[in-house]
Design a protein around this ligand. Structure first.
Ligand code: SF4
Ligand code: SF4
Length: 365
């Protein structure tokens, strides 16, 4: 949970901003701030999760460091977000993974890859792992059908449940009512803002990211990651439908929906995550927060490696490298599912919940 000192400092900065109001055209945070006179923990958690870290307010601010007021809204909100992700993470014992997130994600993913590798070696033997397999069902000759489907279904349901549980706690603590959950108008407006990444446009000229120059680069790369992820999800869903309901077993031809969508999504993810990592490397650290940077890098690296191994698997699926690539790719996918509720992916649910609340507030004022 954010410490009393952190909340006090965030409240102090918001009080200065509320008197100044210079940045009210940049994002949803400042209009939402102006609807408040005092800033409780619920208000600050809500405002922090409404912030898209575009940094426009930091570079525009006449009170930013070295001014004695020391206003640095993106940084203080990143600290509040990092603490609230940990507070709402479920179960509490695993929410410690938010601390030193880069190390935690690497260890979990490395362990899963090793477990799958040992399982395949013990069950199938090295000849199967390193041999070439072609034709229908070739993936299942390396990792049997049940071993590939059941654990991944459990991991996905677990990740979804943990994220939903966190979102419910966030909603309750930021004063969302149960009735508001079915405010379809607010849900629709928030969905449009989330899919359009509206607030990464800043005041229209883009983010001040990675430095003080305005740029739409971060929004475009974020779009590639977001839609690349959705395309890969669609490809996996169609493949599962083919396999379980139509009896068409993978691997599928290059000109099939699962391969076409998966390839497009994979390319989007590779360019998007690679570009965002480059921007992160170049970005100004002054408005950044260490734990959030660690979470960003760990999540982007894992997505990049998952896409890269997926694309390599597609390219080399008829070669003797297929078995090893399949094991490594499955390990990365499992690592992604298992760590999603305890890393940067969590921002998807909290930011969306904050956007819904903001939409409800806007409609009521
Ligand atoms: S960030 Fe600075 S310029 Fe912007 S509203 Fe706050 S005090 Fe004013
Ligand atoms: S960093 Fe961007 S999104 Fe966050 S409060 Fe400042 S202007 Fe708004």
């Amino acid at each position: 949970m954010p410490s009393a000192e952190l909340l006090k400092e965030a409240g102090r900065q918001m009080t200065i901003c509320n008197a100044c109001r210079y940045c009210e055209g940049y994002c949803a945070v400042f209009p939402a701030m102006e609807r408040r006179r005092i800033f409780t923990k619920a208000d600050l958690v809500y405002l922090a999760n409404l912030c898209f870290d575009c940094r426009d307010c930091y570079y525009a601010c006449q009170y930013a460091p070295p001014h004695e007021f020391g206003v640095n809204v993106p940084k203080i909100f990143a600290e509040v977000r990092a603490d609230t992700y940990q507070e709402y993470g479920w179960p509490a014992i695993l929410s410690r993974l938010f601390k030193r997130n880069g190390r935690a994600v690497s260890l979990v993913t490395g362990a899963v890859v090793a477990i799958i590798l040992l399982f395949v070696l013990a069950l199938q033997g090295p000849a199967v792992l390193f041999g070439a397999h072609v034709g229908e069902g070739s993936f299942y000759r390396v990792v049997p059908y049940l071993a590939m489907t059941v654990p991944f279904l459990i991991f996905a349901l677990y990740g979804l449940a943990a994220l939903l549980f966190g979102a419910c706690r966030f909603w309750r603590d930021t004063r969302g009512s149960l009735a508001d959950v079915v405010d379809f108008g607010a849900l629709w407006r928030a969905t449009q803002e989330a899919f359009g990444l509206t607030y990464l446009k800043g005041g229209g000229a883009g983010c001040n990211y990675p430095d003080s120059a305005f740029s739409h680069g971060r929004r475009r790369l974020h779009h590639l990651v977001f839609y690349g992820f959705l395309l890969d999800f669609a490809a996996t869903t169609i493949a599962a439908f083919y396999d379980h309901f139509l009896g068409w077993v993978a691997p599928y031809p290059l000109l099939s929906w699962p391969v076409a969508l998966g390839t497009l999504g994979g390319i989007g993810l590779l360019i998007g995550t690679g570009g965002l990592l480059y921007l992160k490397w170049r970005s100004d650290r002054e408005p950044a927060e260490g734990r959030m940077v660690s979470m960003d890098v760990a999540f982007l690296m894992l997505l990049f490696l998952t896409s890269a191994t997926g694309m390599l698997l597609l390219a080399l699926r008829e070669s003797p490298a297929m078995g090893t690539l399949l094991v490594v790719h499955l390990g990365f996918v499992a690592g992604l599912f298992l760590t999603a509720p305890y890393g940067k992916f969590a921002h998807v649910v909290y930011r969306y919940a904050a956007l819904v609340q903001n939409s409800i507030e806007q409609a009521r004022t």
